[in-house]
Ligand binder design. Structure first.
Ligand code: SF4
Length: 225
């Protein structure tokens, strides 16, 4: 069942979806899902720092990944078993671990997440967990912290237990003002260059986020409109 909703920011076009299996109510920013946004890491991404920093190649990994309680042990175990050929900071992981002391985030090494292989690394630049998952024929969703594979999608839960799914905004990154936000189409359209709408290009992620019934309904509705 789908109905229009004005429950979210007026700047967003939200539609309401109710999961027929568990009754979860979703208000979903369909404007963003209809858009042709795509990740442009390595192709003009300016990162999330207070200054534009394309050359660093850090994308949105300039901070450690916040972890759900249930993720810490898995991420820690993966970090200690990744092949150093694919993991630039394997030695630092062995000596100091991959998590912060409170185990709520991944460690930052040299200004970015410990799992981020930097440009020029022989084993491949980018997330070592992502690269290793692909090597194994697995989905990166099964290897990476949720916040990493969900980006640029974000879910907020309001006081009525309604889940709001939308694109990340600049202010989601906290007090340190970001100089550039890839999902801000009006200010920075450079990432809106995909060949397919987000509902297609990120369908696997959407399916994992909202469940198969809502994801399929969403794709059907958006393809009809
Ligand atoms: S999601 Fe946006 S900020 Fe993150 S790497 Fe991709 S383009 Fe850059």
């Amino acid at each position: 069942m789908v109905e229009r909703s004005d429950a979210d920011s007026p700047a967003e076009t939200a539609e309401r979806y109710v999961d027929p299996v568990d009754g979860t109510v979703w208000d979903i920013d369909v404007d963003f899902l209809r858009s042709n946004w795509r990740c442009i890491w390595g192709e003009g991404c300016q990162g999330i720092l207070p200054e534009r920093a394309e050359a660093l190649g850090q994308g949105c990994c300039s901070v450690g990944a916040e972890l759900l309680d249930e993720e810490a042990a898995t991420v820690e175990a993966l970090g200690l078993t990744l092949d150093p050929v694919r993991f630039q900071f394997a030695a630092q992981a062995s000596s100091g671990g991959v998590l912060t002391g409170d185990r709520r985030a991944t460690r930052v090494i040299d200004g970015a997440c410990i799992f981020l292989n930097r440009p020029g690394f022989d084993g491949g630049a980018g997330c070592a967990l992502h690269l290793a998952a692909v090597d194994e024929g697995d989905s990166p969703i099964d290897w990476k912290p949720a916040i990493c594979w969900q980006l640029p999608l974000k879910v907020d839960v309001d006081g009525n237990e309604v889940r709001h799914l939308r694109a990340w905004r600049a202010d989601d990154w906290g007090d340190d003002c970001v100089a550039w936000c890839c999902t801000d189409r009006s200010a920075e359209p450079s990432a809106f260059v995909g060949d397919t709408p987000v509902v297609e290009s990120l369908f696997e992620e959407l399916r994992a986020l909202v469940g198969p019934e809502v994801a399929v309904e969403l794709r059907t509705r958006l393809s009809e409109s």
